[in-house]
Ligand binder design. Structure first.
Ligand code: ADP
Ligand code: ZN
Length: 528
């Protein structure tokens, strides 16, 4: 809080050296710091660990007044302030953990110009008391951290973030910098609209995490597959396992413990003390596996997490990226491993359908899920696909560090297979799920098949050339390609889409992965 607008660049570098003890800027940091220090608004998209904090901390020091940082994470605020105080920066927090007296003291320092940086929880900032406090203070800038929380379509929506539009209305002359580590095109647009950053520059860093190996396997016996994955590839390593339900978290933690691993559950059903204890052990001890619902991990800074495993499908590519991104922050080789099956797609679709969201919300959510399923089913490089979703194109089409690059699946013409499957769904009235369709195709005379007379259909037994596992894989790929769609209102019955017609008529080509008994579990066994 000491400078005018001259010589910003030189000042920035000298503060970077003297206060933060860093030799130079990384990526777009310098440009962002210069832009904000000169009073510009912007949106910053950088992966976790990319160095977002400096982008607002430095301009706060260079500009007159105090930088106000809006952050939803109390633990993160505390850590940041502790680090800043150590570096000699006058920083403080204003949140619900303070006593009345402590808060009053911070407020007095803000008014008297004795603060460089003040971290505020969003709900606190929105109180009339806080807004009028800010009216009386000299403010260098507003930084809105975790800005994707403003997105109603996103996985981290926080209603209080919507209220942050008040910042631009009430303090139009104070620069605003919004920062996030997760933003696809749609979220980016929403942030810009809600925080009045339309027209302001977007600084987008590469989201690539080259040290993370992406692997997605077909779910068969998930607990056993997980145990094998950990013991063969990550024995003794720290890792996070994500499950959707509390019950599954508990079961999985038990299974890993029984296999001799140190695995701790973490979910909202545990009391706060237990959760805190498990989190502390995970952070401070070596080689702990935490089994958690998605509630775990935001704001946790543990650099040596060697693997993140998903036993259930996340909601979107953004969620997958953010959760897997907790692996390997130290830059060393790490794994992002996921087991998924058709039932995961049905389950996620049901959750969307049964949610209270508007039709628009459901449509967007389904689109996001479809994109993730396509990533899971792609035969091409996962990284290229992942980064492509964030609008990033890679130099090379193959990263060399995902399962599909390490052992590329063989593709074959799947036109006939697809036609058999689609006509089986059609002839059985589009009222049945995967299991029944496969029974009909391989010619199994089950009770249900006979009851509906499906053993009399022309498609009965026409698919004996593939086994059940191969049919399941083909089915998932047709869902991922959008030719089939599970209808959750009809208990996951598979229905044909508009595009299925082209396949049935032989006008649309379909390439399918060659499935061998081990093909989807074969990623290299070298311990990384
Ligand atoms: P983010 O908020 O994007 O997750 P941080 O701001 O916490 O990232 O920075 C991540 C790490 O990178 C921190 O340890 C920080 O000190 C370090 N860092 C940031 N910028 C630089 C830089 N220019 N040079 C070296 N290290 C940096
Ligand atoms: Zn790849």
């Amino acid at each position: 809080a000491r400078n005018g607008e001259t010589g910003i660049a030189a000042d920035a570098l000298s503060v970077l050296n003297s206060v933060f003890g860093l030799p130079g800027f990384r990526g777009a940091q310098e440009e962002i710091v210069r832009h904000v220090s000169c009073g510009g608004n912007c949106l910053v998209l950088m992966p976790t660990g990319g160095g977002k904090s400096l982008c607002y901390q430095l301009p706060s020091l260079l500009r007159e007044g105090c930088g106000i940082v809006v952050s939803p994470l109390i633990a993160l605020m505390r850590d940041q302030v502790a680090g800043l105080l150590e570096a000699g920066v006058k920083a403080a927090v204003l949140n619900s953990t303070l006593t009345y007296e402590e808060a009053a003291a911070v407020e007095a320092r803000l008014i008297s110009g004795d603060l460089d940086l003040l971290y505020v929880a969003p709900e606190r900032l929105l109180t009339p008391r806080c807004l009028s406090l800010l009216d009386r203070a000299k403010i260098a800038l507003f930084a809105i951290d975790e800005a994707h929380c403003v997105s109603q379509w996103g996985h981290d929506f926080r209603p209080e973030y919507i209220g942050l539009s008040v910042i631009s209305e009430r303090f139009p002359d104070v620069p605003r910098i919004a920062l996030t580590a997760t933003a696809d095109e749609l979220t980016r647009k929403e942030i810009a609209e809600r925080l009045a950053l339309v027209g302001a520059p977007h600084f987008v860093a590469s989201f690539d995490r080259p040290n993370i190996r992406y692997e997605i396997v077909e779910k068969q016996n998930a607990p056993a597959q997980l145990k094998t994955f950990i013991s063969e590839r990550h024995a003794g390593d720290a890792g996070i396992v994500y499950c959707l339900s509390r019950a599954k978290v508990e079961d999985t933690a038990d299974a890993l413990t029984a296999a001799g691993m140190v695995a701790l559950p973490y979910h909202a059903g545990l009391d706060a003390a237990t959760r805190a204890r498990h989190q502390d052990r995970f952070i401070n001890e070596d080689g702990i596996v935490i089994v958690a619902t998605i509630a775990f991990g935001m704001g946790i800074d543990k650099p040596d997490v060697r693997f993140v495993a998903h036993l259930d499908l996340p909601k979107s590519i953004e969620a997958y990226y953010q959760e897997t991104g907790r692996a390997g922050r130290d830059g060393k080789p790490s794994s992002a491993w996921m087991a998924y099956g058709l039932s995961d797609i049905v389950q996620q679709r049901r959750m969307i359908d049964e949610s209270n969201g508007s039709d628009a919300f459901k449509r967007v959510s389904i689109g996001k899920l479809d994109a993730l399923v396509a990533l899971a089913e792609t035969a091409n490089c996962r990284r290229t696909r992942l980064l492509g979703y964030f609008g990033e194109t890679q130099g090379s089409e193959k990263c060399g560090n995902c399962d599909n690059c390490v052992s590329p699946p063989t593709l074959r013409d799947g036109k006939v297979i697809a036609q058999k499957l689609l006509s089986c769904a059609y002839r059985t009235g589009q009222r049945f799920g995967a299991m029944h369709l496969i029974d009909v195709l391989v010619g199994r005379e089950t009770e249900r098949v006979k009851q509906f007379g499906h053993d009399k259909l022309s498609v009965f037994g026409v698919g004996r050339e593939l086994n059940e596992k191969q049919w399941r894989a083909a089915l998932r790929q047709l869902v991922a390609m959008g030719h089939l769609r599970p209808d959750t209102e009809a208990f996951g019955a598979l229905k044909l889409t508009e595009s299925a017609r082209g396949v049935l008529k032989g006008e649309t080509a379909v390439m399918l992965r060659e499935e061998t008994p081990t093909s989807r579990n074969r990623a290299s066994r070298t311990k990384s």
